[in-house]
Ligand binder design. Structure first.
Ligand code: C2E
Ligand code: CA
Ligand code: CA
Ligand code: CA
Length: 273
């Protein structure tokens, strides 16, 4: 038993070491990736009850030459911790605006959602950056949706609200991403200048079979309706999920059932938009 314990410790140590090394490699490679155009933005449609695209989310992809695709679920947290998310975030914001202009030029203008990390949002000059990039690209502010998470609301609620108001006065809109997984209370939701809630895919996945997930989805929808907010469900993979969400009053749906994230050029060729 003793040697089994030792083996286990050795196993954990090497797993930890692997993780540290992987983190360092990602950090180093990410800087290189930005410089050498390995990062790309993909679009995933959000559709209405008739399957028509009514918007899209911009998601980052990293095509690393020496490696199979690295998921943003892995490299975004590394970028957050190292501070590199600020440069990545600037780039994403710009890509979002450029995409809006490109879609408008193709006669296919629609709202584009980008993910804004907490560190990015809290930069002292974030509002200025958004204003500058909107001006410079000529992107229509009302079509730019900033997805933020509930984590932003935990501390400095007053500062967060003030900043959100400055941004909404530029014309951009806010969506709360992964809604239901973090710190949520009706009291603060009411005070935020929000446009939309995104129901996290963990609740969508097991609905409508799982009664508690079904109840969570339904109560998010009823709360949103009372607050006058639009609701998007993410991670919709089956027809049953889609039918249930539409019947429950969801405004739009995003997920593999409709389309995977794809390059913008591909998006312009689909019949979706
Ligand atoms: P997220 O913002 O919650 O994005 C939704 C994730 O769900 C995306 O994963 C999307 O590809 C995936 N997804 C879409 N439909 C389905 C479905 O039907 N089933 C399942 N199982 N998954 C689905 P992705 O692209 O791997 O991104 C992971 C996370 O990385 C994002 O989660 C977001 O937190 C972060 N991320 C991605 N791009 C950016 C970015 O440009 N900036 C920042 N700050 N974070 C980003
Ligand atoms: Ca998102
Ligand atoms: Ca999400
Ligand atoms: Ca998520």
């Amino acid at each position: 038993a003793k040697s089994a314990g030792r083996n286990q410790i050795a196993f954990f140590e090497s797993a930890m070491q692997f993780e540290v090394e992987q983190r360092l490699t990602i950090e180093r490679d990410l800087a290189e990736a930005m410089a050498s155009n390995q990062l790309q933005m993909y679009l995933q449609p959000q559709v209405d009850c008739e399957g028509q695209a009514v918007g899209a989310e911009l998601l980052m992809r990293w095509n690393h030459p020496g490696r199979s695709e690295v998921s943003p679920a892995i490299f975004i947290p590394v970028a957050e911790e190292s501070g590199m998310i600020l440069r990545l975030g600037d780039w994403v914001l710009r890509q979002g605006c450029l995409t809006l202009v490109r879609l408008a030029e193709a006669g296919k203008a629609m709202p584009i959602s980008i993910n804004v990390s907490p560190k990015q949002f809290r930069q002292s000059d974030f509002v200025e950056k958004v204003r500058a990039v909107l001006d410079e690209t000529g992107a229509p502010p009302s079509l730019l949706i900033l997805e933020v998470t509930e984590g932003l609301l935990i501390d400095n609620l007053e500062d967060t609200i003030a900043r959100m108001l400055q941004l909404t006065s530029l014309g951009v809109r806010f969506s709360i991403d992964d809604f239901g997984t973090g710190y949520s209370s009706l009291a603060y939701l009411k005070r935020l200048p929000l446009y939309e809630l995104k129901i996290d895919k963990s609740f969508v996945q097991d609905a409508p079979a799982d009664p508690s997930d079904t109840a969570i989805v339904q109560s998010i929808l009823s709360m949103a309706k009372h607050l006058g907010l639009r609701v998007v469900a993410e991670g919709v993979e089956t027809r049953e999920q889609a039918d249930f969400l539409i019947a429950s009053g969801c405004d739009s749906l995003q997920g593999y059932l409709f389309a995977r994230p794809m390059p913008v050029s591909e998006w312009l060729e689909t019949g979706l938009c």
